[in-house]
Design a protein around this ligand. Structure first.
Ligand SMILES: Cc1cc2nc3c(=O)[nH]c(=O)nc-3n(C[C@H](O)[C@H](O)[C@H](O)COP(=O)(O)OP(=O)(O)OC[C@H]3O[C@@H](n4cnc5c(N)ncnc54)[C@H](O)[C@@H]3O)c2cc1C
Ligand code: FES
Length: 385
């Protein structure tokens, strides 16, 4: 039965033939799988238990949680990756991704820096209810938002907005602490001066290291502020760094920032291939997505039947994953941005809205899978977990 399913996947027959051939040639290592498994689990654990060792205030709305390993030891990660913290709030188990702000060159702890989101379930819980000694569950490190020495240029132009500074903190610290041969230009946008996270540290690092350049940009600056003001425009980037060639551009921040900054950079002629951006969750208001079908309102509710597990109601304006979690059905989720495919469920009938940018695989489309973190019900649905 299992074999029949595998046989439908592209490339299955080629892999099976290669395994058969390796057996004949005596280079088949599959009997040693048990030896490799513990190392693979150590490097890529599905779940980790992390103890909060310290909590640091960063700004009035932001704290850093320092997390040490309860079990297993912390695995290595790439600067720019995140972990998905899993918590139970008001009886609902859910998770949220948080970038690791500490550098990968020390693995004694992971720092995550959390900004309060108005009415946000998990950010408020982490900021108000979590204290040193608490143990949190998380995924292993994940994500593809990191420097790739083969494809990326050695000069990095990093554009951060608000809490989007966190993956860059990890990258900056790694580059400077390890003396790596890279130059970083950081444009960091915030609404007010008080909102800037890590300002003193960034200022100090930019004064100490010649290959790190820090440009805070404030939307509503205080009287007498002499730095850059407004939004991070293409013009500001060009005037500040001059030559735009031989650089890779990295963006991380709220969706509104992408909507503004990506066309600005493209307007400067920065090709798509040199523009890397971190997903930062699904849109706050999906009804504003250009592809949203106007005849459905975000408040419309539909019945979702989960084969063999019962049924519940779901709002059109809320990701199906959230409705599943509220219904007490655990679906593994890591990125919550439609990218990692951990939250896939099979759509048996009905229609969902999936915004542009959801990374459905060819096999997802072929077998009717949707990414529930970025799928919004438009009709009554039947799904299988
Ligand atoms: C890869 C990745 C890395 C991330 N790293 C960090 C990090 O280092 N630090 C950090 O503070 N956050 C980070 N986030 C965002 C974080 O995962 C949560 O989305 C955020 O904490 C809000 O969760 P919540 O449960 O409080 O809000 P929710 O209850 O999920 O949402 C409440 C409302 O706010 C909207 N909303 C959700 N997130 C945001 C947001 N970021 N800004 C504005 N409105 C929002 C929602 O659409 C909803 O309308 C990251 C997200 C991703 C995808
Ligand atoms: S949790 Fe990653 S695609 Fe949904």
């Amino acid at each position: 039965m299992k074999k029949a399913v595998f046989e439908d996947f592209d490339g299955y027959r080629e892999v099976a033939a290669a395994v058969e051939m390796s057996r004949k040639l005596g280079v088949n290592y599959s009997p040693d799988t048990d030896l490799a498994d513990p190392y693979i689990r150590r490097l890529h654990p599905d779940r980790m238990r992390l103890r909060v060792s310290d909590v640091f205030d960063e700004t009035s709305s932001t704290k850093t949680l320092r997390l040490v390993a309860e079990a297993p030891p912390l695995p290595p990660f790439q600067a720019g990756q995140y972990i998905a913290l899993s918590v139970e709030v008001d009886g609902v188990r859910t998770s949220r991704p948080y970038s690791i702000a500490s550098p990968p060159n020390q693995l004694g702890f992971y720092d995550i820096t959390v900004r309060r989101v108005a009415d946000g379930v998990v950010s408020n819980y982490l900021l108000d209810c979590v204290e040193p000694g608490d143990v949190l569950e998380s995924s292993g490190p994940a994500g593809t938002f990191y420097y790739n020495p083969i494809f990326h240029k050695k000069t990095m132009v990093c554009i951060a907005g608000g809490s989007g500074i966190t993956p860059f903190m990890s990258m900056i610290r790694e580059v400077l602490e390890c003396g790596l041969d890279r130059t970083i230009h950081l444009f960091y946008g915030n609404k007010s001066f008080e909102d800037i996270i890590f300002h003193e540290t960034l200022q100090w690092l930019s004064e100490r290291f010649e290959r790190f350049h820090y440009y805070p940009v404030i939307e509503e600056p205080p009287d007498g502020y002499e730095g850059s003001r407004g939004l991070i425009t293409g013009r500001l980037v060009k005037e500040t760094i001059g030559d735009l060639e031989e650089k890779t551009y990295y963006l991380c921040g709220p969706r509104g920032m992408y909507d503004f900054c990506v066309p600005e950079l493209e307007g400067l002629g920065v090709p798509k291939g040199r523009l890397r951006r971190e997903a930062y969750g699904t849109p706050a208001d999906i009804e504003k997505d250009p592809g949203w079908p106007g005849e459905v309102k975000g408040t419309d509710t539909f019945v979702v039947t989960v084969r063999g597990r019962g049924e519940f109601s779901a709002r059109a304006g809320e990701p199906l994953l959230v409705a599943l979690e509220k219904g007490g059905l655990a679906v593994p989720a890591v990125c919550r941005s439609g990218e990692c495919s951990m939250c896939r469920v099979r759509l048996l009938s009905g229609k969902v809205f999936q915004p542009a940018g959801v990374l459905l695989r060819k096999s997802d489309r072929q077998f009717g899978y949707i990414h529930s973190c970025a799928a919004y019900p438009l009709e009554n649905l039947e799904i299988a977990l």
